[in-house]
Design a protein around this ligand. Sequence first.
Ligand code: BGC
Length: 810
Amino acid sequence: MNKQEIIKKMTLEEKAAFLSGKNEWQTRDFTRLGIPSIFCSDGPHGIRKQAGAGDHLGLNESLPATCFPTAATIANSWDVDLGEAVGDALGEEAMAEGVNILLGPGLNIKRSPLCGRNFEYFSEDPYLAGKMAASYTRGIQGRGVYSCPKHFAVNSQEMRRMAMNAVVDERTLREIYLTGFEIAVKEGHAKAIMSSYNEVNGTYANENKHLLKDILRNDWGFDGIVITDWGASNDHALGVQAGSDLEMPNPGLDSARELMEAVKSGKISQEDVDARVECLLDAVLTLTENAKHRVEVFDTEAHHDLARRASIESAVLLKNENNILPLKPKAKVAVIGDFAFDPRYQGAGSSLVNPTKVEKIVDVLGQYDLQVVGCTRGYTRNGAEDAAMRKEAVDLAARADIVLFFFGLNEISESEGLDREHMRIPQNQITLLQELGQANANLVGVISAGSAIEMPWHHYFKALLHMYLNGQAGASASMDLLTGAATPSGKLSESMVRRLEDTPAYRYYPSPERNTEYRESVYVGYRYYGTAGVPVLYPFGFGLSYTTFEYSDLQVDDKGVTLTVKNTGSRKGAEVVQLYVSLPEAKVFRPERELKGFFKVKLDAGESRQVRIPFDDKTFRYWNVKTDKWEIEGGTYELKVGSSSADIRLTGTLEVAGTTEQYPYHTDHMEHYYSGQIHEVPDREYEELLGYSIPSGKWSGQLGANDAICQLYYAKSGLARFAYKKLTNMKKKSEEAGVPDLNILFIYNMPFRAMAKMTGGAVSMDMVHGILDLVNGHFFGGLGKVISGYFRNSRANKRYEKKLKELKNE
Ligand code: BGC
């Protein structure tokens, strides 16, 4: 049967059931129609296919897979070929394990360094994030597996992520939060997209016609499937109407009934359902066909080597006084730090990979030409001070010429499901560092951290190598770099600020109530620091090498820039050439400079090469809220070519014609936006930016289906407040143990409605409303509703299942 014949044969019951998941990871199959089920799996930097029953939160271990460096790490390579190679390996492993859709990459913008999930995202810059996401997508999809870029859109906060409304003006939305997805769709040809948990301007992302229809499908020409994040469906019928194809994971048949009723009542049309069925069916049939002759093995060693190369090319050398690095042969070193024994090489949450193997510094050290005077942990992982451990480390440091100190953020500091409260590394590591500094002046630091950290201690180090979260082969990659077997070539894909208070969203993040106000507008990351003149420690795009590069001969024409880059040092290396665009006399406010192109060039010692960075449709555009279109402001643009956002080596100019005379803003009404001093934008200006009054995010006090479980704190029912206390204690305990417990974090931030969306049909929305009555103080009424809802739900489920079975036997 072909697609059309299948659709013709499908009853409304089957269509409705098809549009939501069968279990944690699979879609429903219908044998009579020849529709098989397809398998989705996390995650962005390794396959997390659970061997036994799927449970979302990873209670069952997943099959061994290569753990590549996380997105935050690989973004520092600025190498789209590397991104594609990693994508290809991910696609190959997915295929081998029978996975049809890989849930990644994640490319939400790092609006604040506090977002607990930044380790899984590429950058603070949408252009870089988009290019990297497109490269992963090309690689993954080249293997016949769909890539599913996520989380669409404006999901830059973990706190109450499922019950939060992002209030963001259209220009900021388009320029900052959507451009990366646009590139992933247009250049990566992503065939799936994951809609995010949050609301965007008052409408859930999964029901947001503006996002899913106007922009994704109509403007960008997306022809794939939209899958909800796990539990992100609010009103399934409205989701379907807006263009969302598949509700995941397993709402049972309650969502299907909701859909049928919506068609019957005229809330949505039959055509709405048919359009989604056709789209999803196309994906299921294509993916099944792609997997027909799949190879069930992959070369674990080759992938481990690729993980090592990826880690090498993504490491950022932040500092190297007196060229202390690379280490000389036979250098007498002490190896200190718990991370040298137990590496911190990946993040926590749904992306957690069960690696095929994991290297440790202490195990690989012997392969390098060094005199190792000793290795010791020096500090405890969970942050507790330990004077005896410190003393042992300090004594060891005193006996070496150089100390290699392995340190950074511990597991509990960053995770899916939580936002950080500060940007500090654990104090016990700092205490040790201060003492090591007294014992030995030659400290070399190797950092592991998935997100930006404050480094008020950086002066203790002669050299600092930032490895981020570098995957299962990170130890040999680190040693290759330290010893000079490889040369660092990574550049920061996010700014390293001096202190949290300097960050643009400092006063707006995370939101205290339901709404998160994106008052800082387009001034995210370096766009803000560069415009407002806020000094940072290490700027966006920065990274040192063991060699040096000279830039010359910039030529600008109307299609791009050309220049020559020469390796002026004595060893092979790679340079990331970055193109920033400015319009000094702009009438429409804009960041002082914005990244619009880059190229990584690999050069032998003494070699020079011509580099071309072409312009594209994004080079000069801005979103004009008056004309409701991308426009170009006419004027003399500066094309700045540099080695980082703060190290511009060559500048050229180009006269560009404007596309409209209609200017969207009034200079005199928006002084903070024009100056870039957006840390405290008054209401009046934010309203001018939004074009409407600031919506109220106030919360009434009555708990609703979309309020998060952590709001049980406010519940009228004593029993519910007790449940809150219990859960909070459990969360605290897991934090003290030093390992984030995703189960608890997930439940903590989950809205009540998710009980019906993630329990395989055991709980219906009716029952959820009963539970809400109960927690809001109407104990008996609520309990009655829950009990009657339970029986109604199981009767309805049975009837529906019977109907599907009858059809099956027809
Ligand atoms: C995460 C997604 C992930 C999904 C499935 C959600 O909680 O936000 O990124 O793909 O779970 O594990």
